[in-house]
Design a protein around this ligand. Sequence first.
Ligand code: TYD
Length: 203
Amino acid sequence: MFISFEGIDGSGKSTQARRCAALLSAQGKEVALTREPGGAPGAEEIRQLLLTGNPDRWSAETEILLFTAARRDHLEKTILPALEAGKVVLTDRFADSTRVYQGATRGDLRAHVDVLHSQMIDREPDLTLIFDMAPDQALARGLARKSGEDRFEDFGLGFQTKLRAGFLNLATEFPDRCVVIDATGTQDQVCKAAFAAIDARIS
Ligand code: TYD
């Protein structure tokens, strides 16, 4: 079982990924919780290049190459070995982030994303949870964290608004694996909705 957590910056998906991992472990399941960009030593080095510095440091086209390189490393070194060992793999972001952040915000680059994905990754999650909330609320939360990894938050509200629409479009494009979770409630409410979706898919 391979599950991805997706959504705009500050939507709370990372917190929910941790909570769902803890709930699955409590049920006795072997869980691997991982993240993108990163999730393996080489991919974490690429993460630093992508998430720090000026927004105009990389073009969207260069980003597609870097995110896909990081994903390939993550898949080889972390995701596939964990799935082969029978673990439930939860990843904080996967290819849908590239489809939206690089494919649908700065011109229509989706065809480039799809070609690289099919050649180098060729794997989709069994379930994708899309955490949805108003972009102004999410952006305020994301920036308040001062993580030092704010390159994408620094593109501003117009960018986050396009991202939200992009994720909702993906949910329509891939209805078999995507579930939209309303991320505006309390942490407990959102966790309940997210875990219900996971439980339904597992059983
Ligand atoms: P993340 O660590 O999930 O940040 P946050 O917790 O703020 O959501 O992701 C880092 C950033 O990288 C985020 O702004 C989205 C961006 N990103 C892409 O642009 N493309 C991708 O393929 C991935 C995986 C992430």
